[in-house]
Design a binder for this molecule. Sequence first.
Ligand code: MTE
Ligand code: MO
Length: 382
Amino acid sequence: MTTVDESRRTAAPQAPTLADASPAARVAGPQEAIGPEELQLAARNHGIPLEALRYDVTPAGLHYLLIHYDIPDVDAAAHTLAVTGAVHRPLTVDLADLRGRTRVTRRVTLECAGNGRALLRPRPVSQPWLVEAVGNAEWTGTPLAPLLREAGLSPDAVDVVFTGADHGVERGVEQDYQRALPVADALREEVLLAYEMNGAPLLPQHGAPLRLIVPGWYGMAHVKWLRTIEVRTEPFDGYQNAVAYRLRRDADDPGTPVTRIEPRALVRPPGFPDFMSRTRVLRPGPCTLDGRAWSGHAPVVSVEVTTDGGATWNPAELDDQAGGEFSWRRWRMDWPATPGRYVLGARAADASGRVQPVEQPWNRGGFANNMVQRVEVVVLAE
Ligand SMILES: Nc1nc2c(c(=O)[nH]1)N[C@H]1C(S)=C(S)[C@@H](COP(=O)(O)O)O[C@H]1N2
Ligand SMILES: [Mo]
């Protein structure tokens, strides 16, 4: 007869769990510099080079990128989108079907909800964006609402869950990337199932062959590599809605969901940069400062510019909203550059009354932080 040696069994090494691969959320210590894990994320997920603020439409390779896991291997020719859950007529469509439907192109400013995170004190440890997690592309696709109506939403539908083909683990939770929108938001006419960016099929890193575009919302809502849409009659409690992407003061705070983009203006850095510090160097003389401004809540109504780190502000001129209501706008201001050191910044206000703060709006995830940018400038003697 064999007996189990209990003492040996408990002494045996524990089989690894997901937690061994997946650290908990944390905030950096007071003196803690950005480490290799944050650098690894920053090297994968690049921002817009700020000089590319010159383009009305951001070229695809210059648009920022944020990919939680790996870029999945998706075969466009075989790819299908399923609409399931609380609908009267579940349906499955392929790319050819979607391309045969009403075709709409919208210019949409996308910004990552974590933009600005690395400037926060203390710093939430995650993708360490400064200010560059933004882009303004032209997305072409077919509106989502008619497809949902064709499937026939159940009258008690509350949330619509969008699932991507990418898979990973985050804070110990294994998952496909999934985000839900409330039904009323999913049915808004501007929401697109997009298969093209800037007139070309989506690139692998931007969600090929199909992604969701939710104009006005922070990036996390724009699900890439979209493969299913599931209508639910109970609120969705998946990780990216219930755990991540919430504004919380501390770990125990249930928080509030991150939704639409807070107003922000960026300065296109003038002059030429120092290689290491990226401090800007200018020669004295008349100079036109410019940049872009956007908000996902309401149209931008004003931009003010500072050259002294926020002590004084001057109004900028705003271009018209030619790119449409979801596109950033250009602003400009003449500046007679005289020798000295300056800290430039711009702040946007929108029609909802929101204005960009100079003080950091801190939360534990480092989300929706729209603190004013600081661009260091040295104007030479001649
Ligand atoms: N399936 C899937 N969709 C996703 C993501 C992801 O990791 N997986 N990242 C989201 C986040 S956080 C952002 S900011 C945007 C970035 O879109 P872009 O890389 O095309 O700029 O995609 C969103 N959609
Ligand atoms: Mo993001």
